[in-house]
Design a protein around this ligand. Structure first.
Ligand code: ZN
Length: 296
């Protein structure tokens, strides 16, 4: 999650005073991991391994790490799992995650927060009404990027999308993505936008380009440290793919409650759920598009 307005200088200073710091070098970028309170060597290794794995997925997706240097503040708490992440860029790229002191390797294998926050580093900061494009990208790209390095199976990614994407459909009273700031529309409505963009770019370029091609060029010009109008990111992204998919989708969805035919989309992509299991239909018209999205 990303809260650009959030800051607490006093807390930052206090954390630094009692911190243990580790510097990681990833694809030419530096990740400074700062623990807010002492942790066991075992937990430290698990946290660092998780950060390295998330960074690997991000570098693979974007072909570079999104920022030259980022500080990741790790706040240990009593419990298990990774939670409470945010990312910000106005005071230098920074991510915060909370990590349970009792966490096991299995808890870190299930962690989506670290990768989600790193996706935020890769897109120019937006004004509040476009927050859905920031969260939508993080929600959509996190599992896709992890699948592409083999961390998640395509069955897991598509099965979760079939289960979760309906949360992004407009409810009664919806006024489109720019004017409806509910949790469902911000996170999952934004994710539906990204899924549609990825599929349509691939359809219109004969599967030669995908959403990542648009986002890689955006990232080459600006990351979380820059503030861009959304129109600029859309124009740069569309120019990179050669098709105006982002522009057209944004015009359709920004101020209008569009209910997307997700069941029809899953069918065209060849994703079915049978007895709770995900089954792929490779004879579906967009089966190649589906495979390209989650291929290693
Ligand atoms: Zn987020």
């Amino acid at each position: 999650m990303k809260y650009l307005a959030f800051t607490c200088v006093c807390l930052s200073v206090a954390m630094a005073a009692s911190s243990q710091e580790t510097k990681l070098q990833i694809a030419g970028s530096e990740i400074d991991v700062v623990f807010g309170s002492p942790v066991s060597d075992g937990l430290r290794e698990l946290v660092l391994d998780r950060i390295k794995l998330s960074a690997k997925a991000i570098v693979n997706y974007y072909r570079r790490y999104p920022v030259q240097r980022v500080q990741i503040d790790v706040s240990p708490y009593f419990g298990r799992g990774v939670s409470g992440g945010h990312a910000s860029g106005w005071d230098g790229p920074r991510i915060r995650i909370s990590v349970g002191k009792e966490s096991t390797a299995a808890d870190f294998a299930e962690d989506w927060v670290t990768t989600h926050e790193m996706v935020h580093l890769a897109f120019p900061s937006q004004e509040d009404r476009h927050h859905w494009i920031e969260e939508g990208q993080a929600v959509y790209i996190e599992p896709v990027a992890r699948a592409r390095i083999g961390e998640l199976t395509p069955e897991k990614v598509w099965g979760d999308m079939v289960r979760d994407m309906p949360q992004g459909q407009p409810a009664p009273g919806d006024r489109g993505l720019d004017y409806t700031h509910t949790w469902g529309r911000t996170y999952w409505g934004g994710a539906i936008f990204c899924l549609l963009a990825d599929v349509q770019i691939r359809e219109r370029t004969h599967n030669q380009k995908g959403l990542e091609d648009a986002l890689r060029v955006v990232l080459s010009e600006g990351n979380i440290e820059s503030e861009w109008p959304l129109d600029r990111a859309i124009a740069v992204g569309d120019k990179a793919t050669g098709v105006p998919v982002l522009h057209d989708l944004y015009e359709q969805m920004k101020a209008t409650p569009i209910t997307v035919d997700l069941d029809g989309l899953w069918k065209r992509l060849g994703v079915k759920k049978l007895n709770g299991q995900v089954v792929f239909d490779d004879s579906a018209p967009l089966a190649a598009v589906r495979r390209a999205i989650t291929a290693r």
